[in-house]
Design a protein around this ligand. Structure first.
Ligand code: TNX
Length: 528
């Protein structure tokens, strides 16, 4: 008797519970799956309802942010002047929030309003990105309900970046802009462009036009390559600036330089031992330029590294260096210039040191701060230089000991061209297989003994593109690992654990899908 009564009641209440769950507004801001995880979230248990009559109140200069909110909400919200509205989203500069820094923001969600406040447009941009993630949710009976509460947030590290190798494979301006959109949505603020390497010279240099015209005509595997005009580059820089991303241009020297040696015989090193495979004379429309009897090299379409070098014995070499740095610095508003400096296996050590010292002088003369891969610690670098750690703890420590700041890009952790596992269809594995947890589960401040938090500017995840041919390949290798790297850069170290992150990442999947990213569905995560 009891039993018979009990059962239908239980089923009935379960049904009632499930139905009410479906229609209950999401009321807990603290359990939202935001990436990177904010510093502080306080939930107040109610909901803001976004509808077609919600208005945007902001200064004209932040219209782009308003448009991105509309796009995320799927309704085109009206812009209104300052005032009181039944339902409004406010974006405001507020100097009272100075303690959050220029990238920090406060996002307050109340039943009738949402307010993003910051002292700078950088903070408004980041607060808007958080709001955009909150807007990705199923509608409840056609209503978009956002849980109320307050988020106060600011970054852990000032340098949160990714590097894109546009030399081994060339990527269009549109691809680079999309990559900027994606990394900046996850609050990264640096895009390092690896503009030159043995396989391709990708930036127009007006005083040495054949660098791009001939040196840019191929890529790994022999495709047709390409290059950015200076106008293209400026448009990338401007697109990045609107999203609080600084472009760091890299001209990789004195090695990784064959595309230049193929363009001009006057800087070619006659002792170059060209790899067995990958020589390509180039398309008939373009030629390498002879210098008297000095021939340019062939173009290169293979994947070997460290075999090419500039030569101090060639009289034009330093002129080439000076012109390239000057022209590129002139169109780069950001404060940094990356001179490469890695894997100079065939450059004599004394020449290598002379080269780096010279680059350092010329970069400084052009009012930029020099960055180089960690091998530059062998030269006379000082506190004005920045070394990028990728493979050798010894070099990185030597750089820190000389006072240089360090960017952490340990290849075993954050090289996004490394395969996830042995079945990944593209990618390399010389450093490691890097699963999503390996990439997330480490701390830049304790990674290298002797390099401390004070030495470190932040973190950068490179995407080398020997095996990565198009935007879909970039996205598959970068996502979801890149957003974990973004979180390492942003979120306080004590607030991060893999066990908590993997749940949040799984729940975040619909947002990656909404961004149109074909990401790697790691078996380490329960994907929603
Ligand atoms: C090492 S990392 C390189 C690059 C390659 C990459 C491939 C570094 C400073 N040099 O030239 O593209 O490995 O993973």
């Amino acid at each position: 008797m009891m039993k018979a009564l009990f059962r239908p009641t239980l089923i009935f209440s379960l049904v009632v519970f499930l139905v009410s769950c479906k229609n209950t507004p999401p009321t807990n801001l603290a359990t939202e799956s935001l990436i990177p995880k904010p510093v502080s979230v306080t939930a107040t248990g109610k909901a803001f309802e976004l509808s077609a009559s919600t208005v945007l109140v902001l200064n004209d200069e932040y219209k782009m942010l308003g448009d991105s909110i509309s796009a995320a909400a799927g309704v085109s919200l009206k812009f209104e002047k300052e005032g009181t509205y039944k339902s409004a989203i406010y974006l405001k500069i507020d100097s009272a929030l100075a303690e959050l820094g220029r990238e920090g923001y406060e996002l307050t969600i109340e039943p009738a309003s949402i307010t993003v406040k910051a002292i700078d447009r950088a903070g408004l941009f980041y607060g808007t990105q958080t709001l955009i993630q909150l807007l990705t949710r199923p509608r409840v009976e056609n209503n978009l309900l956002i849980p109320t509460g307050t988020i106060r947030d600011f970054p852990n590290y000032s340098w949160r970046g990714s590097m894109l190798d546009v030399s081994r494979h060339f990527f269009s301006v549109a691809d680079v802009k999309r990559y900027i959109d994606l990394i900046s949505h996850y609050k990264m603020n640096v895009l390092h462009l690896h503009l030159t390497d043995d396989q391709g010279w990708r930036i127009e240099i007006k005083s040495w036009p054949n660098l791009a015209v001939h040196g840019g005509t191929t890529q790994v595997g022999g495709g047709k390559g390409g290059y950015y005009t200076q106008e293209d580059y400026k448009s990338i820089v401007a697109h990045a600036a609107q999203r609080n991303v600084v472009i760091v241009p890299e001209i990789d020297m004195p090695s990784h330089i064959n595309s230049a040696l193929a363009a001009y015989g006057s800087i070619n090193n006659p002792d170059t031992k060209f790899p067995k495979d990958g020589a390509y004379a180039g398309p008939v429309e373009t030629r390498g330029i002879m210098d008297g009897n000095n021939k340019p090299t062939n173009l290169y379409t293979g994947m070997d590294v460290g075999w090419s070098t500039l030569s101090l014995a060639r009289p034009s070499t330093l002129q080439f260096v000076n012109d390239v740095i000057r022209e590129l610095a002139e169109i780069t508003p950001g404060p940094y210039f990356h001179i490469g400096g890695d894997e100079a296996h065939v450059t004599k050590k004394e020449d290598y040191i002379k080269f780096i010292n010279h680059f350092s002088e010329i970069v400084k003369a052009n009012n930029k701060q020099m960055i180089g891969w960690e091998e530059i610690s062998q030269a006379n670098i000082d506190g004005n230089s920045i070394a990028q750690h990728w493979a050798s703890e010894e070099h990185a420590k030597a750089a820190a000991a000389k006072g240089a700041k360090i960017i952490m890009s340990p290849s075993k952790k954050v090289y996004l061209d490394m395969q996830y596992d042995s079945t990944t269809r593209i990618g390399l594995h010389w450093a490691a297989y890097i699963e999503v947890d390996d990439c997330y589960n480490w701390d830049p401040a304790t990674r290298v003994q002797g390099i401390t938090r004070d030495n470190i500017m932040g973190i950068e995840a490179p995407v080398w593109t020997e095996t990565i041919e198009n935007m879909a390949d970039i996205e598959y290798m970068a996502f979801p690992r890149l957003i974990g790297v973004a979180e390492i850069g942003w979120t306080p170290t004590e607030a991060r654990t893999w066990d908590e992150y993997k749940v949040r990442l799984g729940k975040h999947a619909p947002h990656l899908q909404k961004l149109g990213i074909d990401f790697y569905r790691s078996p380490k995560v329960n994907w929603e």
